[in-house]
Write a protein that binds this ligand. Sequence first.
Ligand SMILES: *[C@@H]1O[C@H](CO)[C@@H](O)[C@H](O)[C@H]1NC(C)=O
Ligand SMILES: *[C@@H]1O[C@H](CO)[C@@H](O)[C@H](O)[C@H]1NC(C)=O
Ligand SMILES: *[C@@H]1O[C@H](CO)[C@@H](O)[C@H](O)[C@H]1NC(C)=O
Ligand SMILES: *[C@@H]1O[C@H](CO)[C@@H](O)[C@H](O)[C@H]1NC(C)=O
Ligand SMILES: *[C@@H]1O[C@H](CO)[C@@H](O)[C@H](O)[C@H]1NC(C)=O
Length: 332
Amino acid sequence: MKAVTISLFGFLLVIAAAIISFCDGNSKVLCIGSEGQALLTFKQDLIDRSNRLSSWVEGEDCCEWHGVFCNSLTGHVKELHLGLLSTSPDAYAPAAEWDAYFRSKLGGKINPSLVDLKHLSFLDLSNNEFGGLAIPEFIGSMKSLTYLNLSWANFVGAIPHNLGNLSKLHYLDLGINSLFEAQTLQWVSGLSSLQYLGLSLANLSKATDWLQATHNLPSLVELHLSGCSLNNGPSPISVNYTSLAVLDLSQNMLSSVTWIFNLRSLVSIDLSSSGVEGMIPSGFQNMSSLKFLDLSWNSFSSSSTLNWLSDLNQLQFLSLNSVGLQGNFQVP
Ligand SMILES: *[C@@H]1O[C@H](CO)[C@@H](O)[C@H](O)[C@H]1NC(C)=O
Ligand SMILES: *[C@@H]1O[C@H](CO)[C@@H](O)[C@H](O)[C@H]1NC(C)=O
Ligand SMILES: *[C@@H]1O[C@H](CO)[C@@H](O)[C@H](O)[C@H]1NC(C)=O
Ligand SMILES: *[C@@H]1O[C@H](CO)[C@@H](O)[C@H](O)[C@H]1NC(C)=O
Ligand SMILES: *[C@@H]1O[C@H](CO)[C@@H](O)[C@H](O)[C@H]1NC(C)=O
């Protein structure tokens, strides 16, 4: 019995020692060799004029490299933050400032070695300059991604439908590129964890099922479809966005938006320049959570009333600029 107690005590000591050495900063897990190699291969195909990736050097711990984040227990690369964070200089900034800004964008090609990062959950390549590259098909096989941001990066061409295989995605932002969708957004409908979908400026004129494909996503909170050449699909449906809070449909050709009025959870609606015609619908009246409402640049009937505004007591922003209203309005 005593021997058992002693050996149990010894066992506990070993565990305690293991835990202590584990928590000790010196025994930090290092980058996994094959993943460091995959990153170096990825770097080889990139154009990095401002040397943002100068810390990416063979033989060094890749978990310390710029933009690379590893899991602190396993050492696997879990996040790649390579979006350019600085925003563009203002229009009147000196040419040298603009030049420095453009030089700091990554370009070149995206090497498929990224697929070897089997535990990568976060990939941000936004605000770079991929000079007309198509979105690589292999990204659709990076099954552990929960965040994918390829926006503002000059990708062109068709959106690969196999992105619909990324079933863990919470954020998918492909906005502000020159993409098009030739047929259907049906591939989105399987992304059941999606909270954010950004496809602004993608040409969706042929994807007339965009509403059917997105409205049953149970977790969707933000939908950004600005400038997508959207026109109302052939059959208006009753929509079922259960958690949608932010809806941006600006710069489209929608004509009628009555389906929006069932969406009582909406906090922000941007319908500017969206081709809506007729009376300003009083359906907004029941959207009591609304804080932001932009209806500017549409052709509403000049006899529209604004009485419904008095029920929107959360409203913080309202634009009715150039909507064709005439006369004096009393904003309640
Ligand atoms: C994606 O990146 C852009 C530009 O860096 C940023 O403005 C946007 O908020 C990001 N999208 C998401 C969903 O985080
Ligand atoms: C991935 O998506 C493509 C195209 O949508 C599909 O044909 C393929 O079967 C999918 N693969 C897996 C493993 O789900
Ligand atoms: C969108 O694509 C359609 C053809 O699919 C084309 O007719 C239209 O001009 C495009 N819209 C824009 C804004 O490029
Ligand atoms: C709407 O969503 C809820 C919750 O996800 C679901 O129970 C219901 O069946 C959906 N209704 C339609 C018409 O799709
Ligand atoms: C607003 O909601 C009330 C009560 O639910 C309903 O009777 C009315 O028709 C709604 N108004 C509009 C314009 O949808």
